[in-house]
Design a protein. Structure first.
Length: 338
């Protein structure tokens, strides 16, 4: 049983490849965070090692499927490439070492399954040196070795790496499919599921994670409360918050990015309210606050600040100093016009 049945095109393609024994030696799974890329990669790892008849793979019941699901399979490695700003050159060197270790392991026969599967989660964050080191394995893949690269921004990968992988795009799911999954497979009440399905923006992984951890939604609400206070013209509070967020970004780049993406959602909602399309609002539970905020800004000011947010995200990905980039973002917050 594939854990990502909603992504029908990708699942159909991989199921056919498994059935016909026509697997590519390397796949590149592209899509936004939480859309299900890692789940699909692990589905594929289970499918190629499953002990059930071909048409039933992955069965989810055999010893191979269960060991992969529990993270205990000796032939399946997930390499999480999360380069932090504070790591600097040392992290790049470790990236090369990890790739060289993969090369060494790839030359060995599988220990307990049919295939060795190496999954690079966050592949676009590998250094250029590490990416070049990976090319040798991509160009001359050993038999019974499968490489899966996972990326949100494929443009950040070397073109030589992209060209040696079979690309598969995973797009956000329609709202109704996320809702049905939460109600049918997670046993959620429809009203609660509707809120998570809307906030997920089609990323089922986020919706499932939020269903399992209610504090995720609570923390999200706390961040929005902070954002609403920062619109007051108090530079001291803004810079103090920028310092706090810069520390968070340095410790966990993904967590810092999540905050800025949340800001993008919020200002997007303000723009939508200004344009009278409230049915498309994500933070519907805060519609009154959004109406109040929308009355204070022009559409041009909102669009301009969203551009600043995107520019800040891009600068941080290019290893700009987090504190400086976020201080500048605080200065760019639009002034209330009404």
């Amino acid at each position: 049983m594939w854990e990502t049945p909603e992504h029908q095109p990708a699942v159909r393609h991989l199921k056919k490849a498994v059935l016909e024994d026509r697997l590519a030696h390397a796949y590149l799974l592209v899509g936004p965070r939480h859309v299900g890329k890692l789940t699909l990669a692990l589905d594929l790892a289970r499918a190629v090692n499953c002990l059930a008849p071909l048409e039933e793979r992955p069965c989810g019941r055999c010893s191979q499927c269960q060991r992969i699901a529990s993270g205990k399979h000796a032939d399946i490695r997930v390499l999480s490439v999360r380069r932090r700003a504070e790591d600097g050159p040392a992290r790049k060197e470790r990236g090369i070492d990890e790739v060289r270790e993969v090369e060494r392991e790839a030359s060995l026969m599988p220990f307990e399954g049919r295939y060795r599967v190496f999954i690079f989660d966050g592949a676009e964050r590998m250094s250029e040196e590490a990416s070049n080191a990976l090319l040798k394995t991509l160009e001359e893949p050993p038999p019974q070795v499968l490489l899966v690269l996972i990326a949100e921004r494929e443009g950040a990968l070397l073109a030589t790496v992209r060209s040696r992988c079979q690309r598969m795009e995973m797009r956000p799911l329609p709202y109704q499919e996320v809702l049905e999954h939460l109600v049918t497979h997670r046993g959620m009440e429809t009203k609660e599921a509707e809120g998570l399905a809307r906030l997920s923006q089609g990323c089922l992984g986020w919706a499932v994670q939020a269903a399992e951890d209610p504090q995720l939604v609570e923390r999200r609400g706390e961040e929005l409360d902070i954002l609403s206070r920062l619109t007051e013209p108090n530079l001291y509070d803004r810079f103090r918050y920028a310092e706090s967020l810069a520390r968070r970004f340095s410790n966990d780049r993904d967590a810092g990015r999540e905050v800025l993406y949340l800001w993008l959602q919020w200002w997007r909602d303000i723009l939508i309210v200004k344009r009278g399309v409230e049915g498309s609002v994500l933070n519907l539970e805060r519609i009154e606050m959004l109406r109040q905020e929308a009355a204070h800004y022009s559409s041009g000011a909102v669009v301009a600040f969203m551009g600043e947010l995107l520019a800040t995200l891009d600068a941080l990905e290019q290893n700009a100093a987090p504190r400086l980039a976020l201080d500048n973002l605080m200065l760019a917050l639009p002034k209330r016009e009404v």
